[in-house]
Design a protein around this ligand. Structure first.
Ligand SMILES: [Zn+2]
Length: 363
């Protein structure tokens, strides 16, 4: 599996360009006797590959594993993995790509073992596209059944750890409309949109607002020329929280701040929600069957079981909105999206064993 992992990370697959790694995955699955095909999500995601869907027929219970194929891009350099002392690293100039090939490699091998099991559930393995940006491949998946067991392999943290709750996010722009005027001849005729933007920013509590809520203004643009009173400005905002109500109240607060700022400066504003991005909130009850089976699998393998929330957003958020009841599974990788990203070789086997055990328990 270590060799397979190294081959997967050496095959570039930035978001939207997963075709090469998809081909490698399909080849590795077919070698193990697992049937797989690509779905029609290409047109939907603008990726050069569809999601790879592997299916293993079995009993009534349905079990699905999902691992995204894409990685965040750090330059055009190839990832060169090195293994030393049981730890896999890049050469230090790129990410390693354990996010998410530390999910992909064990999933291929687990499916190869599950297909040999005489008693097994119906298992689907989904290798998805464009998780890291833009329209996500999982957005194309059909509506789910909340009786199905779904595990999303996509988190740092020790194997045996699961995530049942993650942040939802809403992205929006505050567009401020002022009035241009000559900066020297008749500034009093203008309405300064950049000043309104400044007032909005200074009156809000930004960053971490509570243990469960985040508000960020990530970009500000406005004005046209040094000698013109700025007639327009835009603030690009994002609100995140574990529940929709908290997200809504953060947006309302921005709205109220914009109203006050515009009143003071003679500007107008509108809030424009960005619909194709952001994510719904995600939470699975810790008493649900998917959590129970995860706990049993960890116990049977002698791994420490844990369930927690995470200040992050996953494919699980999209799946939950589609009616699935997914859990995010930790696969051991550490420091994702950085050149210091690492993975222990032993985590590959532990992640694979976890999936095989989940299949055995749900047969
Ligand atoms: Zn990931």
């Amino acid at each position: 599996m270590q060799e397979l992992f190294c081959r997967l990370v050496s095959t570039p697959s930035p978001s939207g360009q997963e075709a090469d790694v998809a081909k490698l995955i399909m080849h590795e699955l077919s070698r193990r006797g697992v049937t797989a095909k690509q779905d029609g999500s290409k047109a939907f995601t603008n990726s050069n590959s569809g999601n790879v869907i592997a299916t293993i027929p079995g009993g009534k219970r349905r079990l699905t594993f999902i691992a995204h194929m894409d990685t965040v891009e750090v330059g055009d350099r190839r990832i060169k993995p090195t293994v030393r002392g049981g730890v896999i690293r890049s050469d230090g100039s790129t990410i390693l790509g354990a996010d998410n090939k530390a999910g992909v490699a064990p999933l291929i091998c687990a499916l190869g073992e599950i297909v040999q099991m005489s008693k097994r559930p119906t298992v689907t393995g989904i290798f998805s596209t464009r998780e890291e940006q833009g329209t996500m491949g999982v957005g194309y998946l059909p509506k789910g059944n909340n009786g199905d067991l779904v595990f999303v392999l996509d988190s740092e943290g020790d194997v045996g750890g699961f995530i049942h709750k993650a942040l939802g996010s809403r992205l929006f722009d505050v567009e401020i409309i002022g009035k241009e005027a000559h900066a020297a001849l008749n500034p009093e005729k203008g309405a300064n949109a950049v000043k309104a933007a400044g007032l909005i920013i200074t009156s809000l509590k930004l960053g971490r607002r509570s243990h469960s809520s985040i508000l960020n203004i990530g970009m500000i643009s406005g004005g046209r020329k040094r000698n013109i009173v700025p007639g327009s400005a835009t603030l690009s905002c994002g609100a995140r929280a574990f529940d929709e109500k908290t997200i809504r109240s953060a947006i309302n607060e921005v709205d109220a701040a914009a109203k006050r700022a515009c009143k003071a400066t003679g500007c107008r504003y509108r809030i424009r929600m960005i619909t194709d991005d952001g994510a719904p909130t995600f939470e699975v009850n810790p008493d649900s069957s998917v959590v129970k089976i995860a706990r049993s699998a960890a116990k049977n393998l002698g791994l420490k079981f844990s369930i927690s929330s995470r200040m992050a957003t996953f494919e699980a958020n999209i799946l939950a909105a589609k009616g699935y009841r997914p859990l995010v599974m930790c696969h051991g990788g550490k420091l994702p999206h950085s050149t210091s990203e690492v993975l222990k070789v032993s985590d590959l086997a532990a992640t694979k064993s976890m999936m095989v055990e989940l299949a055995r328990l749900s047969a």
